[in-house]
Structure formats: structure tokens, C-alpha cells
Design a protein around this ligand. Structure first.
Ligand code: FAD
Length: 394
């Protein structure tokens, strides 16, 4: 890009601030809000616009649970952690409602339902339903329904999250941004973070921000700012499309094939559907924003299976998700990954909040609260980055 005379090349503003938040998605906006509640007004730096990442591109499921089913989460993470994660997502949805999300035009109270389309998943959902009942969750296990999904896809059974909701994620991000006093600088891509033991410099093309605390809320882009995070947060593209389907009837927001596919009714006869990463799993490990033929045709075939016919496609798009090794969020100070070394390699007072593994709308708001409390009070939290300490930087 050429530089006009009025913007003197080489002129860089220096800004002193207590806290910088990098990224204006659900995590960054929520982190800024929680910092403000603690009396700190941060500066939010965003490379494009508010919600230009996954937070403005997702399916708008405000859903209980994490990447795996409850039964698999109990097996892999332990019962206590699974129970906590499910309660946490319930609490996250409540907290968003308390902020006024339920008053945004695209919000609907709508149960979500995990559908089993094969025997293995049916067994898994049955086991999940009984474990959830034992752990005190309301989780109806159903075998019939009378909308398109039950008529056409012939699921064997379904597990319902009765108190879930759906939303227009752009509206939700606009609401979160409107609640901030903090300055949100857009078109402010962070190019480098220079650390010393007690201070950080955050560098953009025209300013250097000197801060006591930096919160990286860049999720899928983590590796572009921290080599230490490269092995922990893997970028994975998710693709979606919108159908003009005025005749479609979907009573719940559906998840199928272990969360690999998802479909729900939007407003005005639109149906939103996405998934099918497994059709091109290697190529989808990318930050590139592109809708590809192999994945999109898989999504269309899934929609046809559920809706019983083809509908015209109104739009196709993609967005970047950040996957963590265990499917749970990651919060903490980068220095916890490699306690030895210099301030530069340890990361100084730089914190990360992300790795939502496709569930950031369900977890991001309160995970950001925990990240802020951890940064300010050193308060222990469930999703601590320290569970990965010792992993060598990628
Ligand atoms: C297609 C799709 C469907 C999904 N469906 C759902 C769903 O229904 N329910 C659900 O719970 N989750 C869903 N997710 C996941 C959810 O959207 C994410 O987990 C969540 O939005 C992550 O929020 P975030 O704030 O951490 O990251 P993001 O929203 O991605 O925000 C990160 C921000 O950081 C900015 N940034 C990056 N690098 C820099 C830099 N160097 N300098 C400055 N800024 C930078 C980016 O521009 C971006 O705005 C979906 C994701 C996708 C892609």
C-alpha cells in the first residue's frame, strides 16, 4: 500500500495503557467488558472489524456442551471435568441472556438436539443421557419427532438440550461492543509483541502500545502471534451455507454425526447448515477464508437428507476455528508453557484466552471472565494453560 503525504512514513504513536486486548470477537469483547468491570479500560486492537473472525461467521447455536458427547467427555476428560464443562456452558448462555442477548432480533429460545444417524452414535447418546441424568442435568432422550429432520433423516434417537437458544452472532457482537467504554481500534493488526518481565509492547503499523497486561483473544490466529501456542491451537476452517427454504420445518437446532454437521432454521424461511470438514480434513486445517466445492457439496447433501429436498443456496461462507488438544478452552499466561528461559521466550505478562474448538459462543464470554480474573488476581481456573506446560514451541 502506498503512503499519502499526510501520513508521514515512519511516524509511530506511542500509547501507554494498562491493558491491551487483541481481537474483537466474543472472547476479546468479553475480556474488555470484564476488565472494565474491574475498573480497567483497555484498548482493543482488531485487524479487521468487530466480529470479522469466527464470532461473526458462526451458526449461532448457543448450546450446552463441548466438542464431544457427554459420554465421550466423561471417558476422555473425567466425570468431574465433563460435568463442570457442561455446567459452565449453561452458565455462559445465562450470562449472555442477562446482558440482553435475548432481546436481539435474531435470538430465539430453541432446544438443540444431538441426532444419532447410526448405531454407534445411538449407543453413545443413550449412555450420555443416562450419565447426564445421574449428574443432575435435564436431558430428554427422544426417539420420535414430527419435523423434517425426523421424517427425512430417520434418526435412531436424539438427546435434547432443552434450555438452549439460537442467535444472530453479528447482532450479539454488536451488543457486546455497544456495552464497552473501551476504545476499539479496527484495521489495527498486531504485527509483533515485545516482552520484558513486567511490561509488554504491542506493535501495529502506526502505533506502539505499552501495557502492563496483554490478552490475546485471537483464537485460530494464535500461532501468528506466539510460537508457543502453535502446538496448542490448531486452525480449522468451518464452512456453512444459507438455504432459501420457506417450506422447511425444523423445530430444534440439530447436531448430527458427532457434531460434524449442524442445521437449524433461521429467520424468514432461511435454513442455516454447516459442517462436513471430514470431506477434506487436511485442506480444512487452514486460516484461509474460502468456500470449497468438496465441503460445500457435502453440506448440500446433508441438508437434502434432513430436509427431504434441495433448496436454492443463498450464500456460502467459511470461518476459522481454533482447536485445542483436549477440546476445552485454554486460558493462562504464556510463560506457564515454558517457565525457564528469558522474558522474550516466556512471553512476559501476556495471556491467552481461546481454543474453543467450535464452541466459543457457548463458552467464550465466561472464559474471558476467568482469563481476566486470572490475569488480575492469579485466581486458579479450570481451563488453565498449565495443563500443557512443557510442550515445546512449534
Ligand atoms: C462456520 C462456523 C460455525 C460455528 N458455529 C458455532 C456455533 O453455532 N456455536 C458456537 O458456540 N460456536 C460456533 N463456532 C465457533 C465460534 O464461532 C468460535 O469459537 C468463537 O467465535 C471464537 O471467538 P474468539 O473471539 O475466540 O475468536 P474470533 O471470533 O475468531 O476473533 C478473533 C479476532 O482476532 C482478530 N485478529 C487475529 N489476528 C489479529 C492480529 N494480529 N491483530 C489484531 N487482531 C487480530 C481477528 O480478526 C478476529 O476478529 C463456529 C465457528 C465457525 C467458523
Amino acid at each position: 500500500m502506498t503512503v499519502p503525504w499526510w501520513k508521514q512514513p515512519g511516524r509511530v504513536d506511542r500509547v501507554r495503557t494498562r491493558a491491551v486486548v487483541v481481537g474483537a470477537g466474543v472472547a476479546g469483547l468479553s475480556a474488555a467488558m470484564h476488565l472494565e468491570r474491574r475498573g480497567i479500560r483497555p484498548i482493543v486492537l482488531e485487524r479487521h472489524r468487530v466480529a470479522s473472525g469466527a464470532s461473526g461467521r458462526n451458526a449461532g447455536f448457543l448450546m450446552r456442551g463441548a466438542a464431544e458427547s457427554y459420554a465421550v467427555a466423561c471417558d476422555e476428560l473425567g466425570r468431574e471435568t465433563a460435568r463442570h464443562a457442561w455446567r459452565f456452558t449453561e452458565e455462559n448462555i445465562r450470562a449472555l441472556r442477562d446482558l440482553g442477548v435475548a432481546l436481539t432480533p435474531g435470538y430465539r429460545d430453541r432446544p438443540s438436539c444431538l441426532l444419532a444417524l447410526n448405531d454407534a452414535e445411538a449407543h453413545d447418546l443413550e449412555r450420555s443421557a443416562s450419565l447426564m441424568a445421574e449428574d443432575g442435568f435435564e436431558a430428554p432422550f427422544i426417539t420420535t419427532g414430527d419435523d423434517d429432520a425426523w421424517k427425512n433423516a430417520s434418526p435412531l434417537c436424539g438427546l435434547v438440550n432443552p434450555h438452549d437458544a439460537v442467535c444472530d452472532p453479528q447482532e450479539v457482537m454488536t451488543l457486546l461492543a455497544s456495552k464497552l467504554d473501551a476504545e476499539i481500534r479496527t484495521n489495527a493488526e498486531v504485527a509483533a509483541i515485545n516482552t520484558s518481565p513486567d511490561r509488554v509492547e504491542v506493535v501495529t503499523h502506526d502505533a506502539v502500545f505499552e501495557a502492563d497486561i496483554v490478552l490475546l483473544c485471537v483464537n485460530a490466529w494464535a500461532r501468528t502471534l506466539s510460537p508457543a501456542l502453535a502446538k496448542l491451537v490448531e486452525p480449522n476452517r468451518a464452512q456453512m451455507l444459507a438455504l432459501d427454504a420457506p417450506g422447511a420445518k425444523l423445530d430444534m437446532a440439530y447436531y448430527a454425526n458427532e457434531g460434524g454437521e449442524y442445521i437449524r432454521a433461521g429467520e424468514g424461511g432461511v435454513v442455516l447448515v454447516g459442517g462436513c470438514r471430514r470431506f477434506d480434513i487436511e485442506a480444512e486445517r487452514t486460516l484461509a477464508d474460502e468456500a470449497t466445492e468438496s465441503v460445500q457439496s457435502g453440506i448440500e447433501a446433508f441438508a437434502e437428507r434432513v430436509l427431504g429436498r434441495r433448496y436454492p443456496v443463498l450464500r456460502r461462507w467459511s470461518g476459522p476455528m481454533g482447536f485445542s488438544p483436549d477440546g476445552l478452552p485454554i486460558v493462562g499466561r504464556l510463560s506457564e508453557l515454558s517457565p525457564g528461559g528469558t522474558a522474550e521466550t516466556r512471553g512476559g505478562p501476556v495471556y491467552f484466552c481461546g481454543g474453543f474448538t467450535g464452541h466459543g459462543m457457548s463458552m467464550g464470554h465466561l472464559t474471558a471472565r476467568d482469563a481476566v480474573e486470572y490475569a488480575l488476581d492469579d485466581r486458579p481456573m479450570p481451563w488453565s494453560i498449565s495443563r500443557f506446560s512443557g510442550r515445546s514451541p512449534g
